[in-house]
Design a protein around this ligand. Structure first.
Ligand SMILES: *[C@@H]1O[C@H](CO)[C@@H](O)[C@H](O)[C@H]1NC(C)=O
Length: 160
């Protein structure tokens, strides 16, 4: 019964995915524009990941981040969910734009059967800009949608 329910759910999600309503796999693509330059923005995000490289999760997910690499242009890291220990891969690309920096962020669940993620992939990314206060800098802009970022519009990043 459980197996049947799983396949019905998977089929439903694949159908939503094919219709372009949700990504085909739990993931999030987003773009940020920030006014600090890429050097500062990158440094702030790296520091935030290092600060949250611990298991002190409290009631949220602001913990269990790991930095894999950062060369000034591309950042790679991982985030593990506190309860079920699912691993999500995070990457960010930093590109100078105008007087600031354009950042493309991508987060994707390593678990192949993940379709809906309670917006964890969005929060993996968003918590890093809010934690480092980049989202409070003048001209901060975040661009994404439910079609490219799983459950973006119902996100509760204090919880997930
Ligand atoms: C901290 O970072 C290291 C290396 O990047 C990683 O192996 C480790 O799992 C991280 N710790 C936590 C609690 O996420």
């Amino acid at each position: 019964m459980k197996v049947l329910a799983f396949f019905a759910f998977a089929a439903f999600c694949l159908c939503l995915g094919s219709a372009g309503l949700i990504p085909k796999h739990a993931s999030c693509n987003l773009d940020w524009y920030v006014e600090p330059d890429c050097a500062e923005a990158g440094q702030r995000i790296v520091l935030q990941i290092k600060k949250w490289n611990n298991t002190a999760c409290g009631t949220g997910e602001k913990c269990r981040y790991a930095l894999t690499s950062f060369d000034g242009k591309t950042l790679k890291g991982k985030h593990t969910t506190p309860v079920k220990h699912y691993v999500d891969d995070i990457s960010m690309m930093f590109k100078p734009s105008g007087t600031g920096c354009a950042i493309h962020g991508f987060s994707s669940s390593e678990t192949w059967y993940a379709f809906l993620d309670q917006s964890t992939n969005y929060c993996n990314l968003h918590n890093l800009v809010s934690g480092s206060n980049l989202d409070k800098t003048p001209k901060f802009k975040e661009t994404t949608s439910d079609a490219i970022c799983t459950q973006y519009s119902s996100a509760d990043c204090e919880k997930y």
